[in-house]
Design a protein around this ligand. Structure first.
Ligand SMILES: Cc1cc2nc3c(=O)[nH]c(=O)nc-3n(C[C@H](O)[C@H](O)[C@H](O)COP(=O)(O)O)c2cc1C
Length: 124
């Protein structure tokens, strides 16, 4: 489970920061491909599942491979399917920059928020 940030619009680039202690990061690093799934406000349970070390994250989740073969969650609000183009060392994390191969908006809704250790909804 990662937070993703927009880096560049042209070309479209995003980044996430992988903890060096992550057991999933080495596999993402080897494949060079990954998808950032933006959960909707009903996605708290999925978020908690993906934030658990050692969890069988895809056992009960509906997903399909995106253009890079990375998993796109069926219920995600939106996704960015990416290929890694750069890695930068950053303390106990690695900053991973990805080129967006496909960007998708899957359904209407609002994103799940995480703030000060808790989950919340986006109200405007
Ligand atoms: C809201 C939230 C955001 C997180 N963001 C990151 C992140 O940006 N990078 C990271 O390495 N771990 C992040 N984590 C922690 C990871 O989810 C957790 O350490 C990881 O899933 C452990 O499993 P792994 O060894 O398979 O990576 C976050 C957790 C939560 C709850």
């Amino acid at each position: 489970m990662q937070l993703v940030h927009l880096v560049s619009l042209d070309p479209p680039l995003v980044l996430f920061c992988a903890a060096k202690a992550s057991t999933t990061w080495p596999r993402i690093r080897t494949s060079g491909k990954w998808a950032a799934n933006i959960l909707d406000e009903d996605g708290e349970e999925v978020c908690r599942l993906f934030a658990q070390k050692g969890a069988d994250r895809f056992a009960r989740i509906a997903y399909a491979p995106g253009r890079t073969g990375s998993p796109i969650l069926e219920d995600a609000l939106a996704f960015a399917d990416c290929e890694t183009i750069a890695e930068h060392d950053a303390g106990d994390h690695v900053i991973v920059v990805g080129r967006v191969i496909e960007l998708g908006y899957q359904h209407e809704g609002k994103p799940l928020l995480f703030y000060r250790g808790g989950y919340g909804r986006y109200e405007i």
